[in-house]
Write a protein that binds this ligand. Structure first.
Ligand code: GLC
Ligand code: CA
Length: 544
């Protein structure tokens, strides 16, 4: 599959559209909205997990990889969705959560019952109740090992205690997971997203980490490239669209994961650019976004992946990240301008853009003020941890309002009707009050809406080989307010200037007026015409 001209749209089924009034989005709800997605112009839909699951981590705790959770619908609904999407030229990508299973999975239950074959599906270490095998921390807080008294052993869980890490060293585990891929492939999906897939290969020896939380021992682990090559080869997915979620990864590894010659994956998600507002690298410590750091990261990753023949998934938002317009834009004073600027910044880069549901409307953070409004396991865990660290309730709630994953999980805003037109029942998460103005109906009739701008960005990618294939080189490297880059392809050039400030900002290397004198003309922007300086959150792309 040509991945360079594609745009992927991520759907969080639980929050997309509810057709039966139970307050949860469902698979028929996605089928019902395919015309909307067609109108937007996206090529593929990545669905986060809808498989059988106790939903402790909203489906990332899978209890049966090849069955549909009744909350979301039936296998027939999946077939209908795949078939109906195809008639509109839209493909499906399913989410493969292969680092761990739910502790409700039949494999884990057999392991718990002491069956040695199934115990070897997971990672166990001997121990006593008071002494976990290592000091590694779970990504959701607390120690990463859980003691099972009946077995006198601990199992590893890098995420929630109900998400037990699989033992990829066991060839039987790898065969089981290949069968899952074969199953969904036979149903006609066109791609896969692999959850935290760079964590699957654990070290030979498990030891305490005296420098960090343990991640350096299992991130981009010793056999990860072999495992991915084997998985891809044995399931024949090298011609499909595949993307791996890479946690705390490195450029060198991402080149290997995504360089076509390696036959591992089509592309990777990396997250370094989404930590520029983590104080001291800590998610729960707030700081203003460091735009200089953002620019440097983009330059390193965009230019570096191009040099090494790798390919990035480019994105700001997903179901784990706060809304970008609230985060790096200004959702009060410049909601439209900043949402458009952020969209263009990513979409004109080298890589395959991913849009997370509602991003194309400029949807904002949840604006919750009460802990009872939150549902996410990570948010609830960290609320307790922050209070234990001595933060006041107000401080802890403020941190959650900025960082919680629930910020992105509020219902899709379809209209100004009750519950944003998402459900006729009670939504599982409350939408923010701004659905009155930020919704698909309002944006359809507004030619200047964020939706119409995203539609144009998608169309431009399809029309312009330079956006798909051009080289990339960063400009304005010393300018602490502006992200700017030049694309070049077949004698043509494209320059993109993005102002990340709520103020007028001059360019350092050029003036926009001088550029027009030199024959550059405007391809797209979020303000009329051109001014001498970049206006608040202005983006302008010039071509020559
Ligand atoms: C990924 C998912 C996230 C989930 C975690 C554990 O980061 O995107 O939602 O909690 O993996 O599966
Ligand atoms: Ca429903």
């Amino acid at each position: 599959m040509n991945i360079q001209n594609k745009v992927v749209y991520q759907i969080y089924p639980k929050s997309f559209y509810d057709t039966n009034g139970d307050g949860l989005g469902d698979l028929p709800g996605i089928t019902a909205k395919l015309d909307y997605l067609k109108e937007l112009g996206v090529d593929l839909l990545w669905l986060t997990p809808f498989f059988v699951s106790p939903q402790n981590d909203n489906g990332y705790d899978v209890a049966d990889y090849c069955a549909v959770d009744p909350r979301f619908g039936t296998m027939e609904d999946v077939d209908t969705l795949i078939r109906t999407a195809k008639t509109r030229g839209i493909g499906l990508m399913f989410d493969m959560v292969f680092n761990h299973t739910s502790t409700e999975h039949a494999w884990f239950k057999r392991a718990l019952a002491g069956d040695p074959d199934y115990m070897d599906y997971y990672i166990w270490r001997d121990g006593t109740p008071d002494a976990p095998p290592t000091n590694w921390e779970s990504k959701f807080g607390g120690n990463a090992w859980e003691y099972v008294p009946a077995l006198g052993k601990y199992y590893l869980h890098l995420f929630d205690v109900t998400q037990a890490d699989l033992n990829w060293e066991n060839p039987r585990v790898r065969e089981e997971l290949k069968n899952v891929i074969r199953f969904w492939k036979a149903k006609g999906v066109e791609g896969f997203r692999f959850d935290v897939v760079n964590l699957i290969s654990k070290p030979e020896v498990f030891e305490d980490d005296h420098e960090g939380d343990g991640r350096r021992f299992y991130t981009d682990g010793r056999h990860v490239h072999e495992f991915l090559k084997e998985l891809t080869r044995d399931t024949g997915i090298d011609t499909m669209m595949t993307v791996g979620e890479m946690s705390s990864t490195s450029l060198e590894n991402c080149i290997r994961y995504s360089n076509p010659a390696e036959k591992e994956l089509s592309m990777v998600f990396s997250f370094h650019h989404l930590k520029i507002d983590y104080k001291g690298g800590v998610k729960w410590a707030l700081q203003k976004p460091d735009i200089m750091a953002l620019k440097k990261l983009f330059a390193v990753w965009q230019e570096g992946m191009a040099a090494g023949g790798g390919w990035n998934a480019v994105f700001w938002c997903n179901h784990d990240q706060p809304r970008v317009v609230s985060r790096f834009g200004d959702d009060e004073r410049y909601p439209k301008e900043s949402a458009k600027m952020l969209g263009a910044c990513i979409h004109l880069m080298r890589g395959t853009p991913y849009i997370y549901q509602g991003e194309e409307l400029g949807m904002t953070n949840a604006q919750y003020t009460d802990i009872a409004q939150y549902k996410d396991v990570e948010s609830l865990n960290y609320y307790k941890i922050l209070l234990n660290e001595g933060k006041s309730k107000e401080e802890a709630l403020h941190i959650l309002s900025v960082r919680s994953r629930d910020n992105s999980r509020t219902p899709m805003q379809w209209s100004a009707a009750a519950n944003a037109g998402f459900t006729s029942g009670t939504p599982w998460l409350t939408p923010p009050a701004n659905f009155n103005t930020i919704n698909t109906e309002a944006e359809f009739v507004d030619a200047d809406s964020v939706f119409r701008f995203y539609q144009k960005l998608i169309r431009l990618r399809k029309e312009q080989p330079i956006i798909q294939k051009g080289d990339i080189f960063f400009l304005e490297r010393e300018n602490a307010s502006v992200v700017a880059y030049e694309r070049a392809y077949a004698g043509r050039k494209l320059r993109v200037y993005c102002n990340f400030r709520a103020a007028n900002v001059p360019l350092m290397e050029d003036s926009l007026a001088a550029l027009t004198d030199e024959g550059w003309s405007k391809l797209i922007g979020n303000y009329d015409g051109l001014a001498v300086d970049l206006r608040p959150y202005e983006v302008v792309a010039l071509e020559k």
